[in-house]
Design a binder for this molecule. Structure first.
Ligand code: G1P
Length: 301
């Protein structure tokens, strides 16, 4: 069956970044493999894509990222060791993508998010596709990308996930220039990458979830280097404004910025508090820590 033009079957995961903000933890392991409780960040992103009906998972990687490919492959040693303990075997393989569903290409040069997405052009081809940044952990039901795919089937074009950010933080995000709002959907007439608060057209910041029109590849090929000397996906989206519909979606999900140390710690706490096996102990310990800040400080000093 030929898929309808609005079916989103492929997702791109840009995972080439060096993760310098997490050094030394990321000296010898990809930042996307940092665990939130017991699953690597990139695992959550793939689960979310799969729950949205995505069938092909395209990783744009770089040097030193082999652990990501290994994570989504069979581990014969573990399988052998755990073969008699069926419960643990489930933990290592029930979620594995089918053979051929995962593919990898390398970015080769760290030229920015727009460049990373462009590197996937031959693997995506001429169809709409999702982009998920594993740094942004999204917890929601239905999962964030599912909500995006549902909205996309109505609006098409380019769709980005957005949330209100503190005015002082606009310089951390792509910020939408808003033309109109309809419930959770926001019609955009432009977007600016990481503007200073005084130059921000709104406080609606882009979160790392996108559904993109394949025309973005041609646009990214010609986009000039922008903020930070990098090829910005934001500039590609801006260049397409007016040629295809452009919307933001306020997803009903909680976002944890796991590209930031504090956000990563909070994400671990939030996920732990939802996990039946550990939540009571974690809650008790957190309450003890927070309830006794003085004695903790004394002990530490
Ligand atoms: C990237 C995008 C930015 C977006 C952000 C979401 O920035 O360039 O527009 O708001 O992801 O996480 P980065 O966080 O990679 O600097």
């Amino acid at each position: 069956m030929v898929p309808s033009p609005k079916t989103v079957r492929k997702a791109v995961f840009p995972v080439g970044g060096l993760g310098t903000r997490f050094l030394p933890a990321t000296k010898a392991q990809p930042k996307e493999m940092l665990p939130v409780v017991d699953k690597p960040l990139v695992h959550y992103a793939v689960e979310e894509a799969r729950a949205a009906g995505i069938e092909q998972f395209i990783f744009v990687t770089g040097r030193g990222k082999a652990a990501i490919a290994d994570h989504f492959d069979v581990s014969y040693e573990l399988k052998h060791q755990l073969s008699t303990r069926s419960k643990e075997a489930e933990v290592i393989e029930d979620w594995l993508p089918d053979p051929g569903q995962v593919c990898f290409t390398r970015q080769q040069e760290p030229l920015g998010l727009g460049h990373a997405v462009w590197c996937a052009r031959h693997l995506v081809g001429d169809e709409p596709f999702a982009v998920l940044l594993a740094d942004d952990l999204m917890l929601g039901e239905p999962p964030c990308m599912r909500q995006m795919v549902d909205a996309y089937s109505r609006v098409g074009g380019n769709l980005v996930c957005v949330e209100n950010v503190a005015p002082a933080f606009t310089s951390r995000y792509g910020i939408l220039d808003v033309a109109g709002e309809d419930g959770r959907l926001v019609r955009a007439r432009g977007i600016v990458e990481k503007p200073k608060p005084s130059r921000a057209p709104s406080t609606l910041g882009v979160v790392g979830r996108y559904i993109l029109h394949p025309g973005i590849f041609n646009v990214l090929e010609n986009v000039e280097r922008g903020t930070g000397g990098e090829i910005q996906l934001t500039d590609g989206l801006l260049a397409m404004t007016g040629t295809v519909p452009f919307h933001g979606l306020r997803c009903d999900a909680r976002r944890f910025d796991c590209g930031d140390k504090a956000g990563f710690v909070v994400a671990n706490v939030a996920v732990a508090l939802e996990r039946e096996d550990i939540r009571d102990y974690v809650r008790e310990q957190l309450e003890a820590l927070i309830g006794a800040p003085r004695s903790t400080r004394k002990a530490a000093g």
